[in-house]
Every structure is written in C-alpha cells, then in structure tokens.
Design a protein around this ligand. Structure first.
Ligand code: BDR
Ligand code: CA
Length: 294
C-alpha cells in the first residue's frame, strides 16, 4: 500500500532534491504540492515547484499558499543561499509548467485530506504558515506530519534559530502542538553531501539537480570552506517516505514567539515532539543517490 503524501514547500535547492525524491519513490503517492513563501517569494517558489514537477514528469497539482508570515513580523528571505530565483539562477532552464490548482494551498490541503481513503502524510519543508492555518480545521486529521525545521543545539540564521521556524515563529508554535516528527538541522548537518556525491548523480534528473546547486554550493564553500551542501529537506522527506529511516526521540519543546533576539528558536516547553536524532548517514546518502539518479 502506498502512502498518500502532500509536500508543503518553498523551493529552494534542497526542496528540489526533496521533491525529486518524493516523485521517484514508489512507496508514496504524491497527491499534490503546496507552496509557501520562504527561501524566495511565493511567485518564485510556486513557479519553481511547477517547473520541478515538469522536470520530474509528475502531473501532481500545485496549489499556491501564503505569501507572508501569520503575524506582524516578516523576515528576509534566503536568496543569498539559494540564488535570486531560489534555484541558483537556473529556474528558467527547467521545463515550462503553468498548471496551477485554482484553490489556495490551505483549501487544497483540506479537500485532499478529506477526499483520501487513507490518512495523508504531510511533509512541511518551508515556513509553517499554511500548515498552521490548516490546523484550524484539521487538527488530528493529518495522518503524519513530518517537519524540517529547528535546531536543538543552535540555529542557522541566528545563534539559536533555524530558518523555517524563524520565518514564521507563530505558525511553528501552532504546529508543534500537533506532535510532528521534527527533523532539525542538528541531524541534517550530519547528512551533508560533498561535491563527489553531487557529481555522482546520473540521468536527466540527477544531473539537472546537480546543475541547480551552483549558487547553493558556492554559499557553503564560502561559509564553511568545504565543498558540500546540506540537503535538509530531502532528509525530512526520506522519513515521510520510509517511516523509521530516521531515529526519533521525544523532546518537550516550545517556540520562542517573543519580540526578543530569541524569536524563532526552539526552547524547552510542554509540547511533546518526536525529534529525529540519528540515522545511518552513509545508507541515507546512498538511498538518496539511487533515487535521484534517473
Ligand atoms: C531550511 O531552510 C531553507 O533554506 C531550506 O530549504 C530548508 O527548508 C533549512 O534551515
Ligand atoms: Ca525548504
């Protein structure tokens, strides 16, 4: 039996790897992709999602979602990391796809979850605005919620905050109350892939994905002095596809939604969250390479 899956995403280079993994995995039935602002604007993330699906030969619907955070506080995007268009300046080299679902992302999520005979897994790999809104009506009705976000030992945009949570802290706080599987940067950093891994990708999809990493790879080289990238979102989607590929442990957490410097950080709290802490890193890299080399 396949797992019905919806991906909520802000492509983004690592989101592109995650989408490819989902489309190329027979264990899941990709019911749709919903978009959110984040790495770049909603116009760009939506166009990128459409074009990536065309590259992947998927006709899964794309529904456009939030263009900003729920509250008053808006944050800068991550174009410095992913390039001005979100895909290292290469978005327009991907096949054209203008198909868009007429519904807003939240309406699409609601309708699709309601229409599914089996519980739907939602993989949220961008800011959590759409998912927090979905929970107004569908708390308890998502089969499994896998979220890429947060840092336990520290952040990647501030010393303590990670990008997806920091981009909409209020939304993230609402989502934590739903007991997600949380895949934090503590683990995704350990799953980094190097230049040799990227160059070992084969096939039209694999080589195109490698080609989308130029700016992203440059960013990590400048930041860390190492030729390698983080495929955060693909690590989370691997768990959505193969439950248990990551080892989780319950943490009691909350999100700092204050106006102070800690806003957007994970803090100790009362929400039980299944935090992904470990995996067989080499096996995960091999799994990703095999699935993406097509
Ligand atoms: C997360 O932030 C984004 O830049 C990536 O796409 C990923 O979802 C990592 O902090
Ligand atoms: Ca993302």
């Amino acid at each position: 039996m396949t797992i019905p899956l919806i991906i909520d995403t802000d492509p983004g280079v690592d989101d592109a790897f995650a989408l490819a993994l989902a489309v190329r995995s027979p264990e899941v039935d990709l019911l749709g992709v919903t978009t959110v602002f984040g790495n770049v604007s909603i116009d760009h993330t939506t166009r990128n999602a459409q074009r990536l699906l065309a590259l992947l030969g998927s006709t899964a619907p794309v529904a456009r979602g939030a263009d900003r955070a729920m509250g008053e506080i808006s944050r800068p995007d991550a174009r410095l990391v992913h390039g001005d268009d979100g895909l290292s300046g290469k978005a327009l080299t991907l096949p054209v796809n203008d198909r868009i679902d007429a519904r807003d992302a939240v309406e699409f999520l609601r309708d699709t979850i309601d229409a599914s005979a089996e519980p739907v897994t939602v993989a949220a790999i961008g800011p959590l605005t759409n998912i927090a809104r979905l929970l107004d009506t569908h708390a308890g009705r998502i089969g499994r919620l896998v979220v890429m976000g947060g840092g336990i030992a520290g952040g990647n945009v501030t010393p303590t905050a990670e990008f997806n949570i920091w981009s909409d802290a209020d939304a993230a706080r609402r989502v934590l109350a739903e007991r997600p599987v949380l895949v934090p940067i503590d683990l995704t950093r350990r799953c980094a892939v190097d230049g040799a891994w990227l160059e070992s990708l084969t096939g039209e999809v694999g080589t195109t994905l490698e080609g989308l990493t130029t700016r992203y790879r440059e960013f990590y080289l400048e930041a860390n002095g190492i030729d390698g990238i983080l495929v955060h979102d693909a690590v989370a989607v691997a768990e959505a596809i193969k439950p248990g590929i990551l080892t989780t442990r319950e943490h009691l957490l909350d999100v700092d939604t204050s106006d102070g410097d800690g806003r957007g950080s994970l803090v100790p709290g009362a929400y039980p969250v299944d935090v992904a802490e470990d995996t067989d890193v080499e096996a995960l890299r091999a799994f990703l390479r095999d699935r993406l080399s097509v």
